[in-house]
Design a protein around this ligand. Structure first.
Ligand code: C2E
Ligand code: CA
Ligand code: CA
Length: 717
C-alpha cells in the first residue's frame, strides 16, 4: 500500500488452503514478494482478511465447510476487503469453474500441481497492478481535494472570476461574477463570454475589446485600463478593473482563459470625492490654489496656440483680519461666503474664480484680447466687494487690493504668473490698499533690490559692520556745537552707501531692528566717549525705533552700552518718534521714565508729522522737541508751515523743552528760526552727516586748533 506522503508499506498476501503442505510450499515460494499470511481454516481466514486487508488473497477452491468461492464472495462483500484481489488454486481446470470464479470477481488461477515459477510470476504481476492501482487512487484523491479547495476559494473570494475554453465559451463563473454580470452559472456556462460580460469605456461608452479574446489571441496576460465599465444584464453599471490570463495544458497549449475582475465603483467614487476635497475650498466650494495651477497650465497651453492672453487677478480683502478678529470666525466665514457668491457672478466660460487663502481669491481670465477688459473686470471686483456686507444686523463695507499679471507679457509659466500677480497685489497693499496694481519689471526690481539689501544688512549685522555717520547740531544763540546725531549707514558690496530709508523699514519687518539698534547704540556711545577723552563733551543722539521699546531687554542694553563704553548718561540722547510713543503706550512710558531717571536725554523726533497730539506729551519725560524738517523746508513757501513752526517753538518754550529745528538748508531758514528763538539747529547748511573720522577732523579736533566753522562764526556775529 502507498500512502500519500510517498512511503511504501509492504504488500500482503493471504493464502488459504486446508492442506498444510500447500501452504508451506506457497509461503516458501512467495515470501520474498510480499508479507505472507497463511491460514487453513476459511472461517479464521475471514477474520485475518478483515484485520490485514491483504492486497491479494490466494484461495483453495475445495475446502471443507466453506469452499473457496463462498469465501471469495464473503471477502468481496466486506467493504474493508472488497478491493482485495482474489486468485484461486484449482485442479478443476475447466471452463465452468473459471467462468464462475471470474463472475465472483477473481482475477486469476493457479493450477494444481503448482508450478511455483509460473505462480510467482502471476502473483508478482498482480502485486504490481495492485501497487499501480493504489498510486492512482492516491493521485485521484489528492486531485479531488485540490479541486474542492479551488472550488471553495473561487466561491468565497471577493473578486469575480470567469473562465472560458479556447473558443471563449464560459466554463466557470463564480458567485461574485454572477452578481456583477447578472448571469447565473447555469445560464452563463457554455455562452460566449462576450454575451455575459459587456465591457465599455466609461467616458465614451464605446465597447472595449473583450480581454479574453485578446489574451487568447496574443497568448499573454491582459490588464484593463482603469476606465472600463461593466454593464450587467439588468443594466446596472460597475467600474471594473480586470486581469485575464491564458490557461495552458501540460503541453503548453492554450486551452482557455481565466479572467479576474473587481468592482472598483466605490473606490473610484471615493477617489473622486477625495480629489474634489483636495482641489476645492471647503467653505465656498470654489476651486483652490491647487486646481488654479492645474487650470492655468491647461489655459496656458490653449492660449499659447490661440495667441490670446491670459490674466490672473489676485484679490485680497483689505483688513479682513481685523473684521475676523472683532466679529469672530463665523461672521468672517459668512462674509467670505457672501463675497465669493458675488464674485462668482462674474464667472463665465472664460473666467474662473478660486479661493486661494483665508481672505484671498484669484480670478483667471482666459482669451483676453484687450487689456481694457482686465480693467473692467478688476473694477467690477472692487465694486462687488465694496457693496455693503450685512453681518449680525450691521452693515460693513470692505475694500480689496488687486494684483494683476498677464501671460505671456509678465510670465512664462503658471507659477510665475501667480507669483507675479501676488507681487503686484502686495504692491497694491503697500500703496495704501483699495487699489489695483499691474505687475511690472519695476516692481520686480524693487523686490529684488529689497531682497539684496536684506542680505547685505544681515551680513553687516553678523560682522558688526554697520557704519554710523554723525551730523552736528548747533546752539542757534551761541553758535556752538551742541551735539551730534548718529545716523546709520549700510555699505553695499560695490562700496556705495545705502541710506537708512532703504533698510530701516525692512529691519523692522524682519525683526533685525533690535540687533541693528543695539549695534548703532554701542557705536554712538563709543564715539561720544572718545570725543570726551579728546576733550570735547558732545552729546550723541541715537534714533530708536518703535519696536525696540517692546523688547524687554531694551532698557538693559542701553545701560550696558553706557557702562561698557564708560560714557556718562548725560552725554546720551535718545530720539523717539510720536508713533513709537503710541506703539505701546504704557511700556514705552515706563522704559522712558527709567532711562530719564538714569540721566539720559529724551528727544521727540519728527514732531508735527505724527499724531501731533499735545495732550500726551506730558505723559512722557521729554527734554527735546525736534521739529520735522518738512516744516523747515516749507517755511518760506507755505504760511501754514511757518505758523506751525512758530507754534511748535512756543509750545516747546511753554513746556520748557529744548527745540531743535532739523533740515536747515539756507541762511534764510536759519535767520527765521533764530528770530523765533529756536534753541538749536541741524541741517546741510551747517554740515551733512559725516563719517566718524571726518566728523572728528571737522568738529572735534578742528575746534581746539582752528577757529569755529564759518557758519558758526556767522551765527555768533
Ligand atoms: P531722521 O531721524 O529725521 O534723521 C534726519 C535725516 O535728515 C537724515 O537722513 C539726515 O541725513 C537728513 N538731513 C539732515 N539734514 C538735512 C537737510 O538739511 N536737508 C535734508 N533734506 N535732509 C537732511 P538719513 O540719515 O537718511 O536718515 C533717515 C531716517 O532714517 C532718519 O530720519 C531716521 O528716522 C532713520 N534712521 C537713521 N539712522 C537710524 C538708526 O540708527 N536707527 C533708527 N531706528 N532709525 C534711523
Ligand atoms: Ca532723528
Ligand atoms: Ca527727524
Amino acid at each position: 500500500m502507498r500512502h500519500s506522503q510517498g512511503t511504501t508499506t509492504p504488500q500482503t498476501i493471504l493464502i488459504v488452503d486446508d492442506q498444510q503442505e500447500n501452504l508451506i510450499l506457497l509461503e516458501a515460494g512467495l515470501q520474498d514478494l510480499a508479507t505472507i499470511i497463511t491460514c487453513h481454516d476459511p472461517q479464521q481466514a475471514l477474520l485475518l482478511a478483515n484485520q490485514h486487508k491483504p492486497d491479494i488473497a490466494i484461495l483453495d477452491v475445495e475446502m471443507p465447510h466453506i469452499n473457496g468461492f463462498t469465501l471469495c464472495q464473503k471477502i468481496k462483500a466486506n467493504p474493508a476487503t472488497q478491493h482485495t484481489s482474489v486468485m484461486f488454486i484449482t485442479s478443476h481446470n475447466d471452463f465452468e469453474n473459471e467462468s464462475k470464479a471470474l463472475a465472483l470477481g477473481a482475477i486469476d488461477f493457479i493450477g494444481r500441481p503448482i508450478n511455483l515459477n509460473v505462480c510467482r510470476m502471476r502473483v508478482s504481476n498482480h502485486l504490481q497492478i495492485k501497487a499501480q492501482e493504489s498510486l492512482l487512487a492516491d493521485a485521484y484523491s489528492a486531485l479531488q481535494k485540490e479541486k474542492e479547495h479551488l472550488h471553495v476559494t473561487l466561491n468565497s473570494i471577493g473578486d469575480a472570476v470567469i473562465t472560458t475554453d479556447q473558443y471563449e465559451r464560459v466554463t466557470f463563473i463564480n458567485p461574485v461574477a454572477q452578481r456583477l454580470t447578472g448571469w447565473s452559472a447555469s445560464e452563463a456556462i457554455g455562452q460566449p463570454v462576450n454575451a455575459v460580460l459587456q465591457l465599455s469605456d466609461s467616458s465614451t461608452n464605446a465597447p472595449v475589446p473583450n480581454p479574453v479574446s485578446l489574451s487568447l489571441r496574443e497568448d499573454r496576460v491582459i490588464s484593463s485600463t482603469c476606465n472600463t465599465k461593466l454593464t450587467s444584464r439588468n443594466s446596472r453599471e460597475y467600474r471594473v478593473e480586470d486581469t485575464t490570463s491564458p490557461i495552458k495544458n501540460a503541453l503548453g497549449q492554450c486551452i482557455g482563459a481565466a479572467m479576474v475582475f473587481q468592482d472598483i465603483t466605490e473606490s473610484i467614487a471615493m477617489a473622486t470625492q477625495m480629489s474634489h476635497l483636495a482641489n476645492h475650498d471647503q467653505l465656498t466650494g470654489l476651486p483652490n490654489r491647487l486646481l488654479l495651477h492645474d487650470r492655468l497650465c491647461q489655459a496656458i497651453a490653449r492660449n499659447s496656440k490661440a495667441a490670446t492672453k491670459l490674466a490672473v487677478l489676485i484679490v485680497d480683502l483689505d483688513n479682513f483680519k481685523y473684521l475676523n478678529d472683532t466679529l469672530g470666525h463665523q461672521a468672517g466665514d459668512q462674509v467670505i461666503l457672501l463675497l465669493s457668491e458675488r464674485l462668482h457672478s462674474l464667472c463665465d466660460s472664460t473666467i474662473t474664480l478660486c479661493r486661494i487663502g483665508g481672505d484671498e481669491f484669484a480670478l483667471m481670465l482666459s482669451d483676453v484680447d484687450a487689456s481694457s477688459y482686465i480693467d473692467t473686470i478688476a473694477g467690477q471686483v472692487a465694486e462687488l466687494v465694496a457693496r455693503p456686507v450685512p453681518v449680525d444686523g450691521q452693515e460693513y463695507s470692505l475694500t480689496v487690493s488687486v494684483g494683476i499679471s498677464v501671460f505671456p507679457d509678465d510670465a512664462t509659466n503658471e507659477k510665475e504668473l501667480v507669483h507675479h500677480a501676488d507681487t503686484a497685489m502686495y504692491r497694491a497693499k503697500s500703496a495704501g490698499r483699495n487699489c489695483v496694481c499691474y505687475y511690472s519689471d519695476e516692481i520686480q526690481n524693487a523686490i529684488n533690490n529689497r531682497f539684496h539689501i536684506g542680505n547685505v544688512l544681515k551680513r553687516a549685522l553678523e560682522e558688526d559692520n554697520l557704519e554710523v555717520f554723525y551730523q552736528p547740531k548747533f546752539d542757534l544763540v551761541t553758535g556752538e556745537l551742541s551735539g551730534a546725531e548718529g545716523l546709520v549707514r549700510l555699505r553695499n558690496c560695490d562700496g556705495s552707501i545705502i541710506p537708512p530709508d532703504q533698510f530701516i523699514a525692512l529691519a523692522e519687518e524682519s525683526g533685525l531692528i533690535h540687533q541693528l539698534g543695539d549695534q548703532v547704540l554701542r557705536k554712538c556711545c563709543a564715539a561720544a566717549r572718545r570725543w570726551q577723552l579728546m576733550g570735547k563733551e558732545i552729546k550723541v543722539a541715537v534714533n530708536i525705533a518703535a519696536q525696540q521699546f517692546s523688547n524687554s531687554r531694551f532698557y538693559d542694553s542701553v545701560i550696558d552700552a553706557l557702562q561698557n563704553t564708560r560714557l556718562p548718561a548725560r552725554l546720551l540722547e535718545l530720539e523717539v518718534t510720536e508713533s513709537a510713543l503710541m506703539h505701546d503706550f504704557e511700556q514705552t512710558q515706563i522704559v522712558l521714565q527709567r532711562l530719564s531717571q538714569f540721566g539720559i536725554t529724551i528727544a521727540l523726533d519728527d514732531f508735527g508729522t505724527g499724531y501731533s497730539s499735545l495732550s500726551y506729551l506730558r505723559f512722557f519725560p521729554l527734554d527735546v522737541l525736534k521739529v520735522d524738517r518738512s516744516f523747515v523746508k516749507d517755511m518760506h513757501s507755505d504760511n501754514q508751515a511757518e505758523n506751525i513752526v512758530c507754534a511748535i517753538i512756543h509750545l516747546a518754550q511753554s513746556m520748557q523743552l529744548t527745540l531743535v529745528a532739523e533740515g536747515i538748508e539756507t541762511r534764510a531758514q536759519l535767520d527765521t528760526l533764530r528770530e523765533y528763538r529756536c534753541d538749536e539747529g541741524q541741517g546741510y547748511f551747517f554740515s551733512r552727516p559725516l563719517p566718524e573720522s571726518e566728523f572728528e577732523t571737522s568738529f572735534i579736533q578742528a575746534a581746539t586748533v582752528s577757529p569755529p566753522l564759518p557758519t558758526c562764526q556767522a551765527l555768533s556775529r
